[in-house]
Design a protein around this ligand. Structure first.
Ligand SMILES: [Zn+2]
Ligand SMILES: [Zn+2]
Ligand SMILES: [Zn+2]
Ligand SMILES: [Zn+2]
Length: 338
């Protein structure tokens, strides 16, 4: 009984096998309505030269689905030649892929010169003064190229100040004079102006006479102080510079973070010379003006040159230095240079 069954099964399998071979038909399994695909298996790895392929098989009916795997975009480059970059010319690098023979050329950026200050018989430095623009030469330590560096004018070389006039006639200021040793220009320094309280309306005019008899008058008015400085013709053509200091508040007030009041400040100051607005430059930070950031106090702005487009002319001149915000200022010095 048992033996007969085994034999008949073998016969059946043989018959099926012969029939399949002869007629070249797929195994007699019904195709699925919806395949149950297994995972893809890579049958050929992609390279940068050729696409690869992968296959998945239905776990029920053994149907196969084959898909391409895109060609790799990464190559296996090796450098075949290289010209190094210098500070004179760009370099280049040629690479070839060992798999697909693709050739890639890369430009190597020109290097920066390495300049060092140098001098020789034809490259000589000129020392800057207030009359002569200075310059010097630099030479590249790699390619020996020379480069001229312009330095512009140097500041005046003022000597010690001598007092011309010191609070005579009950005035609040004194006038000093100093001379530049290079160009002989004279700097008249009006200093020690009275501190102006915020909100003050009191008059604080003063007058000075220098040795040539020129007069300088100053008055102020209003809550938001306007200094009007009247200068006569003895100062004709001179440059004007204002020095001073400003109170500031940082935290806990409505004037937080006032910095370098002219450049960063809001509100600010305005300066006019004979009704022409002039730029006043002060790009110093709190710290550079000697202030301690984060605390209330006051600090000095060392120099606010006024001038350029507007300068003093013959006859009576006016310089108006106005505060348009609610904090205190103090002009400590006014300079007339010429
Ligand atoms: Zn299937
Ligand atoms: Zn390649
Ligand atoms: Zn160079
Ligand atoms: Zn000078």
């Amino acid at each position: 009984m048992k033996k007969t069954k085994v034999l008949s099964l073998t016969t059946l399998l043989l018959a099926l096998g012969l029939a399949g071979c002869g007629e070249k038909e797929a195994p007699k399994v019904d195709p699925c309505e919806k395949h149950s695909w297994g995972e893809y298996e890579v049958t050929k790895e992609a390279t940068c030269k050729e696409a690869g392929s992968k296959k998945r098989v239905c776990t029920v009916c053994a149907a196969e689905e084959v898909k391409d795997i895109a060609k790799k975009t990464t190559h296996t480059y090796a450098v075949t030649s290289e010209t190094a970059a210098t500070c004179q010319a760009a370099g280049s690098k040629v690479e070839k892929c060992s798999v697909c023979d693709d050739v890639k050329t890369t430009t190597l950026a020109k290097l920066d010169h390495q300049y060092v200050t140098a001098t020789d018989s034809t490259h000589t430095a000129v020392t800057a003064t207030c009359k002569v623009e200075g310059s010097h030469w630099e030479k590249c330590s790699k390619c020996n190229e020379w480069k001229k560096v312009e330095e512009g004018f140097a500041p005046h070389a003022f000597g010690a100040a001598t007092v011309v006039h010191d609070k005579a006639d009950g005035t609040a200021s004194k006038l000093s004079k100093r001379t530049c040793s290079a160009c002989q220009k004279v700097d008249f320094v009006v200093d020690a102006l009275s501190y102006v309280e915020s909100g003050s309306t009191s008059s604080n005019a003063f007058a000075n006479k220098d040795t040539s008899g020129a007069t300088l008058k100053m008055s102020k008015n209003g809550n938001f102080v306007t200094y009007t400085i009247t200068v006569d013709k003895a100062y004709e053509g001179m440059e004007v510079a204002l020095y001073g200091w400003v109170d500031y508040w940082k935290d806990g007030s409505n004037n937080n973070d006032q910095k370098g009041h002219i450049v960063n400040g809001s509100p600010t100051f305005s300066v006019k010379v004979n009704d022409t607005d002039v730029a006043v430059t002060n790009d110093k930070s709190f710290e550079e003006m000697g202030m301690t950031a984060g605390e209330g106090g006051n600090g000095t702005f060392t120099l606010c040159p006024v001038g350029g487009t507007a300068s003093l002319k013959a006859g009576v001149n006016t310089i108006t230095y106005a505060r348009v915000g609610s904090y205190n200022l103090n002009i400590s010095e006014i300079h007339f240079i010429g």
